[in-house]
Each structure stands twice: as C-alpha cells, then as structure tokens.
Ligand binder design. Structure first.
Ligand code: NAD
Length: 490
C-alpha cells in the first residue's frame, strides 16, 4: 500500500473516482486533525455536488459495464477474497492511519482491522449463494420464479469512530452481490477509506466499482443522498443526520439502511460477582473513550448492591490509564474531535446541575503531557435519573450514569424509557430473569453476562431512533439486493 501514514502526513488528499485520484471541482480542501495534539496532519478534498455527480456517474457506468455486470458470481467472490488478503497484509498500517485520525487505541483498531478480512471472506463466500426460488402457482406449463439481483449504485455514508470496521459490514456484501459503491467517509477520518480504495484497485475490481467522495456532510453527503442515480443509501452516524438523510431519500422513494445512535441500558442484579460486572460495565462504556454507538451509558443497579457497586466502579475507573493511543499500556485515549470534548463537558455539567453526583472524573486529565490533546477523564455520575438530560441524549463520550432500581418491573420501565433501541446488557445468575429482560427490552442486540461482543455472522441493527435494517449474517445480502419475479408460459 502506497498511501501509508507517512505518505499522508502533510499531504493533500484528492477524491477517488473511477480508479483515479481526482482534484475536487470545488477546489477546496479541509484539514484533518490529530486528536492527541489538536494539530492538522493532512488535508482532504471537500467535494461539491459536481464532484459527487462525477463519482455517482462513474459508479453507474461501472454497474452497467460488462466487465463487472457479466462477471460470474464465483469470480466476484474471488475478487472479494483477494481484497480480504490485501486488507490482512495492510491491517496494521490501516490501523495506524485510523488512530492518527480519530485517536482510538492502536491496539483496539489493529485487532478490529486484523479481524476484518474474515468478514470479507464470509461475504465472499456468499457471492454464489444468493439465489431466487421457483414458486408453484397452480398452473400447468408455467414457470414462476424469482431472481436475486444487485440494486445498482449504493451510497455509503460513514462516521469517524471506526471508519473501516463499520464500512466492512456493508461494503463486503455489496461487492459480493455486484453493486457499485460511492463512499462518503466522515470529513474527520477520510484517510483510511482512501487507502482502502488503493487495495480495492489492486485486488482487480474494475475502475468505478468503488469510489470515494470526501468532504463535509452538509455538501458532499447531502448531494449523495439527493442524487437521482443512487439506488440505495446506507448510513451510519447520528440520529439527527439519519432523519435528514431518510427524508431526502424518501423524496425519491429510495430505500435506506440506518445505523444510528444509542443510549443503551446496562443492568446489574445483586446476584452477580460484582467485580466481574464492574469490569463489564467499564469496558461497555469507556471503550474507545465512550465513542461507540453501543456504549452502555445508562447503568441500572439493584438497590441492595448499589452503594457497593458504585464504590467498586469508582475504584476500577480510577485505575484506567489515560494516554497516547499508540502506547500499549494506554486504556483510554483522547476524544476524536474538539467538538466532542466540548459536548462531553457540557453534558457532565448538565448532569451535575440536574442533581447527579459526580463520583469520579468530570474533568480533563491533569498530566502535562496530555494537555494539548482532546482528552477527558472517564466519568461516573451516580444517583442519576432518566429524566436528566445527560441520561436522555447520546453523549458519545466516557460518561456513565448510574441509577438504582428495586425490582424487575421498575427496571424494565427504566430500561425502555429512551428514544433509542440499539443495545442492552444484563448481569445476573438468574437465567429466567435474563431471558425475560432479553424478550422485553427494546434493543436490537442484547448481551447477557457479557457486553460489546459482536460478530459479522449475526444480524446487528437498532430499533426506535437507533435506526432500521440489519447488517451481518445472510440478512444483509437480502438488504442490498433486489428480488424480481419472472413468469414463463411454455
Ligand atoms: P454524523 O451524523 O455527524 O456524521 C456521520 C456522517 O454523515 C459523516 O460522514 C458526515 O459527514 C455525514 N453527514 C453529516 N450531515 C449530512 C447530511 N446532511 N447529509 C448526508 N451526510 C451527512 O455522525 P458522527 O458524529 O460522524 O458519528 C457519531 C454518531 O454515529 C453517533 O451518534 C453514533 O452513535 C453513530 N454510530 C452508529 C453506529 C451504529 O452502528 N448504529 C456505529 C457507529 C456510530
């Protein structure tokens, strides 16, 4: 891979359209910042509607080009397999680029990207397994059957927290199905997606199958969602943006898949090993400095262990090592954006003003070495209530609110009292209770005595304002293909 972290440093990154690096017609570039020092480290093209139009047209041409359209399913699968190999070879470099862009721990990003090729291989294997069916229609000499087809140009809009990992869940199936793609990565973290484009070309995909338009959401992103030749949009990001994109797409009756925000309940009953549950809650909310959509940011604890649990949670939190994300010993890196740091500070302020008890954190770390970056201490706000603003809105930072509950019915009401429905977790030794919770909680994923464990084989996706549509498993192959009915009289 030529687009390494060294090559990107100090450079101007252009768009990637039809297999070429292309200067933006807008003529504009925007800086991308290193969150550990708040300094720009490269610039990225800020595409306008004309640039987006060029990318979508390239994707449409590629979709209709026999070089892609007439390729057999198993050959398409082989291309995806080759891409998997190239990602495996370059996983550490891609991780280094992402860490520089969003400040996420290098060891965690590496683990994610070293695992990504397995996901590509899984979907490569599905390229020749997506098929239609023959339907008995109660008429002789008539053949009635369905065909599964690619949809066309898919617009993919991704966030900054885990750019390539989140793209994998839709990109790998889309390529396996035979769609073509225009990706609009977050303006804060475009570099790894541009590096991936190089690998897609090297794997042998025809030019135009994969295109990248970088730039601001309100211009480049908006233009992609309004383009008449985009057949489907998949969006991962905030609920506010998701609503806007869904409404743009509705104007053209284009279907969307929405992976949005969360405010997930994480429940602890009194019958558990408290330290194990504390570790689960800590990892569930403070991983990636709280910048994960599935963060268990509302923690409900059974009254009889509440004081003990909060004390141990505070003690465990005090031992979290904050530092540079490249260091092996670091457990919590910086926030990705200055705006994110401001938001976290603001919401912790709301929590305290609303009467929550600041049990630990609530400030930027005091170490001199961290002063220049967007770091924030992991924060526990105890005695929280669901009606407090910090418990209702997604913060996307290292902040957990802890609330006591007395019994299961109170707990269910508290857990489901949110606009979101992405994930939920429960710690208990009582299997009946765990299953009742799993059945009754409004969440797309439920974890029992674990949290955050995800797999590309299982369907992931939220309810309520956390979005709709699934990624993972075979379900996603249906999501990104279309079903045609054919009737033949013979
Ligand atoms: P965001 O909504 O601000 O931006 C996401 C993407 O949308 C970016 O590429 C942005 O440029 C683009 N965008 C912004 N305005 C747009 C518009 N009007 N039209 C088209 N595109 C537009 O989100 P973010 O801050 O990058 O990411 C954080 C959010 O993502 C959090 O809410 C988090 O929960 C969510 N998220 C969800 C999942 C999931 O799987 N459910 C995964 C990761 C992140």
């Amino acid at each position: 891979m030529e687009l390494t972290m060294k090559a990107i440093e100090g450079s101007r990154q252009d768009l990637y359209i039809a297999g070429e690096r292309v200067r933006p017609k807008s003529g504009r570039y925007i800086p991308s910042y290193d969150p550990t020092c708040a300094e720009p480290w490269y610039e990225v093209a800020d595409a306008n509607a004309d640039d987006v139009d060029a990318a979508v047209k390239a994707a449409k041409r590629a979709f209709n080009d026999p070089a892609w359209r007439r390729i057999t399913q198993s050959d398409r699968g082989k291309l995806v397999r080759r891409l998997a190999d190239l990602i495996a070879e370059n996983a550490d470099e891609l991780a280094a680029i992402e860490m520089r862009d969003n400040g996420k721990l290098l060891k965690e990003t590496r683990a994610q990207l070293r695992a990504a090729p397995d996901s590509y291989l899984y979907f490569a294997g599905m390229a020749d397994k997506l098929h239609g069916e023959t339907i008995p229609v109660n008429k002789l000499d008539m053949l009635n059957f369905t065909l599964r087809e690619p949809i066309g140009v898919v617009g993919m809009i991704s966030p900054w927290n885990s750019p390539l990992m989140l793209l994998t869940g839709t990109l790998a199936p889309c390529l396996a199905i035979g769609n073509t793609v225009v990706v609009k990565p977050s303006e804060h973290t475009s570099a790894s997606t541009l590096a991936l484009a190089e690998l897609v070309a090297k794997a042998g995909f025809p030019a135009g199958v994969f295109n990248v338009v970088t730039g601001n959401g309100s211009t480049a992103g908006e233009a992609l969602t309004l383009h008449p030749d985009v057949a489907k949009i998949t969006f991962t990001g905030s609920t506010t943006t998701g609503k806007r994109i869904a409404s743009n797409a509705a104007g053209r009756l284009v279907s969307t898949q929405m992976e949005l925000g969360g405010k997930s309940p994480h429940v602890v009953f009194g019958d558990v090993d408290i330290d194990r549950a504390v570790n689960g809650v800590v990892a569930g909310v403070f991983a990636a400095a709280g910048q994960t959509c599935i963060a268990g940011s509302r923690c409900f604890v059974e009254q009889r262990i509440y004081d003990e649990f909060v004390a141990r949670l505070v003690e465990r939190t005090s031992r979290i090592r904050i530092g540079h994300p490249a260091k092996d010993e670091t457990e919590l890196g910086p926030l990705a954006l200055a705006a994110q740091l401001e938001k976290v500070q603001q919401y912790v302020g709301y929590g305290v003003a609303d009467g929550a008890r600041l049990a630990i954190g609530g400030r930027r770390p005091q170490q001199e070495a961290l002063a220049g970056g967007w770091y924030y201490e992991p924060t526990v706000l105890a005695d929280a209530r669901n009606d407090m603003r910090f418990m209702r809105d997604e913060i996307f930072g290292p902040v957990v609110g802890v609330t006591p509950f007395h019994d299961e019915s109170e707990l269910m009401a508290l857990a489901n009292d949110t606009n979101y429905g992405l994930a939920a977790g429960i710690w208990t030794q009582n299997i009946d209770r765990a299953m009742r919770f799993a059945r009754n909680v409004d969440a797309g994923t439920v974890w029992i005595n674990t949290y955050r464990s995800a797999a590309y084989m299982s369907p992931a996706g939220g309810f309520k304002e956390s979005g709709y549509g699934k990624r993972g498993g075979f379900e996603v192959m249906r999501e990104f293909s279309r079903l045609k009915n054919v009737v033949l009289d013979y």
